[in-house]
Write a protein that binds this ligand. Structure first.
Ligand SMILES: Cc1cc2nc3c(=O)[nH]c(=O)nc-3n(C[C@H](O)[C@H](O)[C@H](O)COP(=O)(O)O)c2cc1C
Length: 336
């Protein structure tokens, strides 16, 4: 309530990237997690699930992109998320795309972005995570790490980038997501095609000795059934442990430049993708659903469609700090 009436208008008054920077640095403060726990009611219990042998306190995680460098893990746990996915992390540091990069579309409950993987690079993120571990400030929930290729790397060498970022970060992630579907890195989405997909998966698998970390692939929302079927075939026959569906939808923004649309306009489409994948894979591949989750009904719909875990970014921006807890309580109420 306080978020919608006071905090959100203040944050939405600022340019979106500034609002994000402020929110993230508040969450990254060393006392943020303790403060949030004091301020917010306890997270609901009874939603625990085990996937890839990992214990998730509840199925809703923070989607990739919000905390690209893994600076605020404790805050995501304190806010009631059941896990977080940091990244996208690229092997080398890189700057964002030129502006315009991020727009709010409040009437559509959507965001449009073409950030293009601003990243501190895998070495720096790995050092931060190592420090956190050493200081025993690791959260008590699974941490996923999303990796991507550097902007300047040719598609033919992309597999090396994924393997490099993965091997640097491997000690710190509980599971990994290969981002092959951002519309904001030229050519990246074509890595979803069979030959590239196999090459990337095999390169990563070679740097994943036993006990292997779970490797997931993140796909786009605008693939047809034929393309989805082909992707599933490769994933089911290769070294892959799950799928994240979906990334943002390529959409023209200011001046006609293409970026990715997220939030409410994606709700239905991403659920359809999950439903199709669940039917075709018949439970052989854990599915993580992302795209337009704003409340418990959206979350339940994606679970009913066959997802085992959920992720959200835009809903969190629009609904604020009580977002994950509200969904948790709503899911529990729906069961009784
Ligand atoms: C501003 C912004 C930045 C994002 N950055 C990334 C990213 O770095 N890597 C990634 O895999 N997905 C990224 N995403 C996509 C989200 O993780 C998610 O898949 C998508 O937004 C759909 O979920 P939502 O409707 O809950 O936002 C980003 C989304 C937004 C809005």
């Amino acid at each position: 309530m306080l978020y919608r009436t006071l905090l959100r208008p203040l944050l939405f008054f600022l340019p979106p990237e500034s609002a994000h920077r402020i929110a993230l640095s508040l969450c990254a403060h060393s006392r943020a997690a303790g403060f949030l726990r004091l301020l917010l009611p306890p997270s609901p219990s009874g939603l625990e699930r085990i996937v890839w042998g990992l214990r998730f306190p509840n199925p809703l995680g923070l989607a990739a992109g919000f905390d690209k460098g893994g600076v605020a893990l404790g805050a995501w746990e304190a806010l009631g998320f059941g896990f977080c996915e940091i990244g996208t992390v690229t092997p080398l540091p890189q700057q964002p795309n030129p502006a315009p990069r991020l727009r709010r579309l409040p009437r559509s409950e959507a965001l449009w972005n073409r950030l293009g993987f601003p990243s501190e690079g895998a070495e720096r993120v790995a050092r931060r995570l190592a420090r956190r571990r050493a200081e025993q400030k690791w959260p008590n929930f699974p941490v996923g790490i999303n990796v991507g290729k550097s902007r300047q790397t040719d598609l033919d060498r992309a597999a090396d980038d994924y393997a490099r970022a993965f091997s640097l970060l491997r000690p710190y992630g509980d599971f990994f997501v290969l981002n092959l579907s951002s519309p904001n890195t030229p050519g990246l989405r074509s890595l979803q095609q069979e030959a590239h997909l196999r090459t990337v998966l095999e390169a990563v698998a070679q740097t994943n000795p036993p006990p292997p970390k779970p490797i997931l692939v993140k796909i786009a929302p605008d693939l047809g059934e034929k393309e989805l079927g082909r992707i599933l075939e490769v994933l089911l026959s290769g070294p892959c442990d799950g799928l994240v569906a979906t990334n943002t939808l390529p959409t023209p923004g200011p001046g006609g430049v293409v970026g990715g649309l997220s939030g409410r306009p994606l709700t239905k489409r991403s659920t359809e993708v999950i439903r199709f994948l669940a039917q075709e894979s018949a439970g052989r591949l854990p599915l993580v659903a992302a795209g337009g989750i704003f409340d418990a009904a959206d979350a339940q719909e994606k679970l009913d469609a066959g997802a085992v875990l959920l992720e959200a970014y835009t809903g969190f921006v629009f609904r604020g700090p009580s977002f994950a807890r509200d969904i948790g309580h709503g899911l529990l109420r729906g069961r009784s």
